[in-house]
Write a protein that binds this ligand. Structure first.
Ligand code: J2J
Length: 540
């Protein structure tokens, strides 16, 4: 059955009841988040994009018109819509339109290509795909043609910009109507997981759980009407979306400023012009900004709170960022699957610099386990497992994988290695999941290895995380060969031709004669990482 509920793993009734009784789940839906602000504060500025500004009343009305237009096209409650747009007001209008219709956006990143997009369409049975015309030199209409040719379920392609043979997103409008609210316990959006397997996974977030995620995040960041929140990370990533993100800023009648380009040269003048006070960054970007802040002489005095997350912010880097900007630094250790950890605004500098925060909700249950599944004492490293009122109980339409990714009693195995301290703060110490975290961008090793192994000269491939001073980690591909050794540019071209997102391509190739193996005969990636360090040291 083609339904948003098919393949969604709900919380057990007992837990759902508990979360409702405790007031975490309030039956609120995402499409209503703008209603009260639009009624009470309609003239306030909701959005700024370049020279354009939207008041709350304008944004609310635009969302209603877009929802009506989408309904006229035939989109209905429960339909999945694959959304791949850059940071833009159109993205935000579309989100509210879909939420109001009860249609379910599936969020792709602008860098995704045929491999990811075709798979996400098929997995989610999307009926509609929304793209920019050309973004960063890439024609998404061409991608849409390829995807539509291979997937018959796609009824509509909507294009932001020049639509070619498709429909223009901006023209999808009709006289506003009212729709019954969707069921708050049902999926409101589908987020992409960082991934650890050969195929990307989707995370269904419900209205109830995501509204709580936003509300609790707003509280721990102290956002209010005075807030001007800058979006520089991808607008569809969980961090910038709802932690508290632009949804959180709008929920408290703040102002959201959208930046398409995170470079200091473009963003600093925008911060000064709009008096931005809050922003979410990944560590490499925070450090890039810190380096540029001294030199540029731009007025960054409006900044009140810088959130850093997505990858570990090393202790010296934390001190540097806090020192340069002279505002509050907040570490955020989050995941699209749910659990969020934040340091508090009132935490002393040493605490903020030395940990990744504490769980957001009193109802977050956290376990730190040894490889045998036994709890480790506080202060010792183990795998983090969690369940709670905004953490998924299963990936969407992935029953096999769920058997491994969750315990029988519903705890999500994060794959992250942490140390829990007596004060309940967590320190991220590494991971056991087979993933590369390249400056906050997640790369599933198995996915890339599968593509590499399809190259005619490659016998077997292993993608390994290698420490990097700027990005935290880079991806090295180790290969055994059955033909002449390929060079990196050729491999990158090969992966691009297979439709893989560019950010997943390895930074470096290394050929080995044979694999180091573990006791159980698997490729020993730790050994390969050590070899990588040796080889890079030798070249220096
Ligand atoms: C170390 N590792 C971290 C941190 C995430 C807020 C912030 C980040 C994300 C995110 C998010 C880390 N230190 N501070 O969704 O709402 C790694 C962990 C984690 C994985 C999740 C949010 N912050 N990580 O990064 O779904 O390995 O979400 O399990 O992209 O990033 O990745 P993702």
């Amino acid at each position: 059955p083609n339904s948003a509920l098919d393949g969604f793993v709900p919380w057990p009734e007992e837990f759902a009841d508990r979360y409702r009784r405790a007031g975490y789940w309030r039956g609120e839906v995402l499409g209503s988040l703008l209603r009260a602000p639009a009624r009470r504060d309609g003239a306030r500025t909701a959005l700024v994009e370049g020279e354009r500004r939207w008041t709350y009343a304008e944004l609310d009305a635009a969302a209603d018109r877009r929802a009506a237009g989408l309904a006229e096209l035939g989109l209905a409650r429960g339909d999945r819509v694959l959304v791949q747009l850059p940071n833009s007001a159109e993205f935000i209008v579309l989100c509210f339109a879909l939420f109001r219709l009860g249609a379910v956006p599936v969020f792709a990143l602008p860098g995704h290509r045929r491999s990811e997009i075709a798979y996400l369409c098929e997995l989610s049975e999307a009926v509609c795909y929304v793209v920019p015309d050309v973004y960063e030199g890439f024609d998404h209409r061409e991608l849409a043609r390829e995807v539509a040719a291979g997937y018959a379920g796609l009824k509509h392609v909507l294009v932001f910009g020049d639509p070619a043979e498709f429909r223009a997103l901006e023209r999808i409008e009709a006289e506003p109507r009212a729709w019954p609210d969707p069921d708050p316990a049902e999926p409101a959006l589908l987020l992409l997981s960082g991934g650890t397997t050969g195929l990307p996974k989707l995370i269904a977030r419900t209205h109830d759980d995501y509204m709580y995620n936003i509300r609790a995040s707003v509280e721990v960041t102290g956002l209010d009407q005075g807030t001007t929140y800058l979006v520089v990370l991808p607008v569809a990533h969980n961090f910038a979306l709802g932690c508290p993100g632009w949804l959180g800023a709008l929920s408290v009648v703040g102002t959201v400023v959208l930046a398409a380009d995170p470079s200091p040269a473009r963003v600093f003048p925008l911060i000064a012009r709009e008096r931005v006070d809050t922003v979410a960054l990944v560590p490499p970007l925070a450090l890039l900004w810190a380096d540029a802040a001294g030199a540029a002489g731009a007025d960054l005095s409006s900044l009140r709170l810088i959130q850093v997350g997505g990858a570990k912010l090393a202790e010296p880097a934390a001190y540097r960022v806090a020192g340069v900007f002279g505002c509050v630094l907040q570490q955020v250790f989050g995941m699209a699957e749910g659990l969020l950890n934040f340091t508090a605004l009132s935490d002393p500098a040493e605490l903020v610099a030395g940990c990744q925060g504490r769980p957001l909700s009193p109802a977050d249950e956290v376990l730190v386990l040894d490889p045998q599944g036994r709890p480790v004492p506080d202060g010792e490293v183990g795998e983090l497992l969690t369940r709670g009122p905004y953490t998924l109980r299963g990936y969407y339409r992935a029953p096999e994988h769920n058997l491994r990714a969750f315990t029988e009693d519903g705890f999500y195995r994060t794959g992250d290695l942490v140390r829990r301290r007596p004060d309940a703060t967590l320190v991220v110490e590494g991971r056991i999941k087979d993933q590369i975290n390249r400056g906050g961008e997640k790369i599933a090793a198995a996915e890339v290895e599968g593509h590499l192994a399809a190259h005619p000269a490659v016998r077997e491939a292993a993608l390994v995380a290698v420490p990097d001073p700027v990005l935290g980690e880079r991806a090295w591909a180790f290969l055994t060969l059955r033909g002449p050794a390929p060079r990196l540019p050729e491999i990158r071209r090969f992966l691009a031709e297979r439709g893989l997102a560019g950010y997943k391509a390895p930074d470096r190739l290394e050929v080995v004669e044979s694999w180091p193996v573990t006791g159980v005969g698997k490729i020993d990636k730790r050994e390969l990482a050590a070899l990588a360090l040796e080889r890079s040291a030798a070249r220096r």
